[in-house]
Design a protein around this ligand. Structure first.
Ligand SMILES: CC(C)(COP(=O)(O)OP(=O)(O)OC[C@H]1O[C@@H](n2cnc3c(N)ncnc32)[C@H](O)[C@@H]1OP(=O)(O)O)[C@@H](O)C(=O)NCCC(=O)NCCS
Length: 174
């Protein structure tokens, strides 16, 4: 039975959270199913870039007793299309399945809709636990859209270190 969310404070994401949010990012994504190889420094850069993007909006959850950041959500409003693009979302590995993700997502979605977003977009891997989480939270795959990708044909493209991209599954069309 999931625990009740207690002693947790919701704060607007700000630069003072970058270091802790980057460290948490690495601990959330360097384990299965993501197995990212990114460093805290790379994660910090990624979060900083999102934070500095025009229209950015994010929140963190902080444990009131320890002061530890236990969950992060950050993304940007895309004003032309009236949507909010949730770019990074993660919960401390020891605090998952305790409703922190739901709580943070509710905060972010309420804020996005209050600010005029008509939709909220997220991106995750098929058949992952995260996909189940999104579906539970009422998100649905957008059947009108596909994600397209072009690999650089001339350079050796290493697996990205920090991508959340699962290993490609063999294509039936290949
Ligand atoms: C995915 C993630 C954000 C979910 O946050 P969380 O706090 O663990 O989720 P909650 O406790 O709020 O769960 C809400 C619901 O989703 C379900 N759920 C959450 N994670 C799940 C999983 N891995 N597999 C199946 N269901 C899951 C819960 O069972 C719960 O369902 P219920 O309402 O029927 O009880 C969190 O597990 C996480 O940070 N994972 C690693 C990073 C990641 O995958 N981020 C998302 C990338 S797109």
């Amino acid at each position: 039975m999931p625990e009740e969310v207690t002693n947790i404070q919701t704060l607007k994401f700000e630069p003072a959270h970058l270091n802790a949010a980057a460290a948490l990012y690495v601990s959330a994504f360097t384990r299965p199913p993501w197995n990212d190889k990114g460093t805290v420094e790379q994660a910090r850069k990624r979060l900083e870039e999102i934070y500095e993007t025009r229209g950015s909006m994010g929140y963190v959850l902080q444990d009131q007793k320890s002061g530890e950041i236990v969950a992060v959500a950050i993304g940007c409003f895309e004003s032309w299309l009236d949507f909010y693009n949730l770019k990074e979302f993660y919960v401390h590995p020891d605090r998952q399945n305790q409703r922190l993700g739901s709580k943070l997502l509710e905060t972010i979605t309420a804020e996005a809709f209050r600010n005029g977003a008509r939709r909220i977009y997220g991106w995750t891997a098929r058949n992952s636990g995260a996909e189940k989480f999104w579906l539970k939270m009422g998100f649905v795959p957008d059947s009108r859209d596909i994600i397209v990708c072009l690999n650089n044909p001339i350079s050796v493209v290493d697996e990205p270190t920090i991508s959340h991209l699962p290993a490609p599954s063999p294509s039936k069309d290949a």
